[in-house]
Structure formats: C-alpha cells, structure tokens
Design a protein around this ligand. Structure first.
Ligand code: AP5
Length: 228
C-alpha cells in the first residue's frame, strides 16, 4: 500500500483492542492515508507525566502498575485536545474510550459539535501474542515511528526509516508484569465497549493476528466504507 492521502469527508473513528493489538501502529497509517488526527490518550498521559503536570503526577504510578487512570483525568485531557483546530476534520481515537463512562463522555462531546463515532473498530488478538509484541516494541525518539525487534525492524538497524534519527526508546510500562495487569484491566473495563458500540450499530471487527500490512488493508477498506 502506498501512503497516498485519500480525499475524504470528516470521520471520527475509535480503535479498540488490548495492549499490543496494533492500535498505535495502525492509527499512524490511517492518519497519513486519510488526513485524520491520531489522538492517543496514552501519548497525552505520557506527555503529562514528562511535563510533571498535576494530571501527570497523579497518572504516573497508576500507569506504572498497568491500571487505568481515572476517567476524570483522562476525559479532561481528551476534551482539551479535541478542541484544538487540527481535530475538527476527523480523529482516530487510539486507546480511548477505555470504560463505559469514557464512551458516554465521548458521545456527549461529539454530539456537542454535531459529530459522532463513524466506526468503532475492534482489533481482535490472542492474549498470548501480546507479551511478545509489547516486549519487542521500540519507538523512534524523534518522530514516534513504532518498530518491533521481530515484526517490524528498520531497514538500517540504527536509523529510523521515516526520519533518519538514530535514537530509539522503549516504554517503562512495556514489561511482562505490567502487561499482564494491562490485559486484566482491558478485559474487566474496556472489553465491554465491544457490546456498547455493537448496540450503536457502528462496531467493526478486524483480525489483528494477521501481519501489519494485511490489518492495514482491512482497516483501509472499513474507513473507505465509513467515509463513502
Ligand atoms: P496506551 O499507551 O494506550 O497503551 P496500550 O493500550 O496498552 O496499547 P499499546 O500502546 O501498548 O499497544 P498498541 O495497541 O498501540 O500496539 P502497537 O501498535 O504499539 O496506554 C498506556 C497506559 O496509559 C494504560 O495502561 C493506562 O494506564 C493509561 N491510559 C491510556 N489511555 C487511557 C484511558 N483512555 N483511560 C485510562 N487510562 C489510560 O503494537 C505493539 C507492537 O506490536 C509494536 O512493536 C508493533 O510493531 C507490533 N505490531 C503491531 N501490529 C502487529 C501485527 N499485526 N503483527 C505483528 N506485530 C505487530
């Protein structure tokens, strides 16, 4: 697949799936192809932690445990970001919502601006694959492009394919113990959103055990149908 942008009307998408399902990997591809904005609450929270804001200080230990940050903090951060100009023509929500309270808050925020979730796409994966995916993950420190020790390596091992930077980072919560707790949190608090969006008639499922390119093809087809 090339990275050409598709001329499309505004659309808002939710990517659902457990840690390591490929939400961030695929959101970046859809962002490039459809001119949407990837809005990752994980990234927003990590920025808040790095900046030492009040929300970041409260979130830090919760994230290190692999638990969910409070709905109040996450919705406030999300609301502020959603009001920015670049988000007005369509957003890919990556890692949000994660609870029914967050899903209802998103519905209300969208309704206030005459928008709505066009599709909630569940990336379906086996729990067993997640630890391997997450423990092998690393990211370009300059542009954020994601890689994997086995599944997606840079063409030149020391250089980012996208921007040529040579520094890569690994996330503090990408260890086996925390991943296990993140999976527990996913099944207890986030998996019920599959029924939530099913009852709204916007749920789509993608087999995310396929390779990255095949998952991208499936997602692209769904987004093209959604914007048509
Ligand atoms: P967050 O940053 O959202 O992390 P997560 O949901 O645990 O998801 P990940 O980023 O780990 O995985 P991903 O699905 O994006 O996978 P990726 O594409 O990188 O949240 C972190 C923490 O913040 C939470 O634990 C919580 O504390 C807090 N938080 C965030 N949002 C919150 C909210 N809304 N409410 C409350 N708390 C919140 O892929 C993983 C690896 O696999 C990569 O190396 C990739 O190259 C590889 N890969 C991807 N797809 C494939 C494939 N098809 N085949 C093989 N390898 C693949």
């Amino acid at each position: 697949m090339d990275g050409a942008k598709t001329n499309s009307k505004a659309v808002d998408l939710v990517l659902l799936g457990p840690p390591g399902a490929g939400k961030g990997t695929q959101a970046r591809k859809l962002q490039d192809r459809f001119g949407l904005v990837q809005l990752s609450t994980g990234d927003l929270l990590r920025d808040a932690v790095a900046q030492g804001t009040e929300a970041g200080i409260a979130a830090k230990t919760v994230m290190e445990r692999g638990d969910l940050v409070s709905d109040e903090i996450v919705v406030a951060i999300l609301r502020d970001r959603l009001e920015e100009a670049d988000c007005q023509s369509g957003v890919i929500f990556d890692g949000f919502p994660r609870t029914t309270v967050q899903a209802e808050a998103l519905d209300n925020l969208m309704a206030e601006s005459g928008r709505g979730v066009g599709a909630a796409i569940s990336l379906d994966v086996d729990d067993d694959a997640m630890v391997e995916r997450i423990s092998g993950r690393f990211t370009c420190a300059a542009c954020g492009e994601g890689y994997h020790d086995s599944f997606k390596t840079p063409a030149n091992p020391d250089e980012c394919d996208q921007c040529g930077a040579t520094v890569f980072t690994r996330r503090a919560d990408d260890n086996a113990e925390t991943v296990t707790q993140r999976l527990v949190a996913y099944h207890a608090q986030t998996a019920p959103l599959i029924s939530y969006y099913g009852s709204q008639g916007v749920l789509r499922n993608v087999d995310a055990m396929q390779d990255i390119e095949k998952v991208e093809q499936n997602l692209t087809a769904i987004v093209e149908e959604t914007v048509a």
